[in-house]
Design a protein. Structure first.
Lengths: 136, 108
């Protein structure tokens, strides 16, 4: 495999993983495109390895991007880990009806409570029916 | 004893909203079957309860409306309509409290 094919394979792999990461729809999705610059800077550093100044400049830029990504990731991991879950997962969690109340230490999923079936307000319905009967 | 529908911006976590609603004697009982919305039982008038909640929530937007059985409908498990239709019995019977406590003791 020549160098062109190898670069092509790496590019496709990178594109595939970035695509998968962005489609997950996490809070990190917005800064994932900046990660694309890391291999570009590494490649540039390799190309300009004769020039020490450019070599350091591109290497530092590549490191800063990765470090920035990791710092943001760690901040979310500590302060709000749910943001790192996929959008699909978060939507699924929201679909579950959670019940909070004055006697609860923490919310309980409605499916874990022996609740009666959902209805309209029967008092209002009864009152409406009574009024209709009266008007007849 | 009156029932109120309270709804606020989702700037607070559920835990903090629970803390605000639990941390005042102005609210006798509350339940939140809908995100950022609670049915509150209180002895206060809508003005006074609004003032209490505003004092705790600062500049966060919220709305509070007195709910009576004859002006409130929707689609909820019938247990929750008791908060609006019969707030006295909620406090006296503690039906839902018992329900919750039973479930918590089961480890949910």
């Amino acid at each position: 495999m020549n160098i062109k094919d190898q670069l092509n394979t790496w590019g496709q792999g990178l594109h595939h993983s970035a695509d998968a990461l962005m489609k997950r729809g996490t809070a990190m999705s917005g800064i994932i495109p900046t990660l694309f610059l890391t291999p570009v800077f590494i490649g540039a550093a390799w190309l300009f390895q004769e020039n020490k100044l450019l070599l350091w400049l591109f290497s530092i830029a590549a490191i800063v991007i990765v470090a920035f990504y990791l710092i943001i990731f760690l901040r979310f991991a500590i302060s709000n880990p749910d943001c790192l879950q996929s959008e699909e997962y978060r939507c699924e969690v929201r679909r579950i009806n959670m019940i909070a109340g004055s006697n609860l230490i923490e919310p309980i999923a409605a499916e874990n409570l022996p609740l009666e079936a959902a209805t309209f307000n029967h008092v209002l319905e009864k009152d409406k029916n009574d009024n209709e009967e009266m008007s007849k | 004893m009156k029932a109120f529908i309270f709804s606020c911006n989702n700037v607070f976590s559920n835990e903090y909203m629970s803390f605000i609603l639990n941390d005042t004697k102005a609210i006798e009982a509350w339940i939140s079957p809908i995100t950022n919305t609670a049915i509150i039982i209180s002895k206060l008038s809508v003005d006074d309860l609004s003032a209490v909640l505003h004092g705790r929530m600062g500049e966060t937007w919220f709305i509070l409306v007195e709910a009576s059985p004859l002006n409130t409908s929707g689609w909820l498990p019938s247990n929750f309509w008791e908060y609006i239709n019969n707030p006295h019995s909620i406090l006296q019977n503690n039906y839902l409290s018992k329900l919750f406590l039973n479930q918590q003791s089961k480890g949910y």
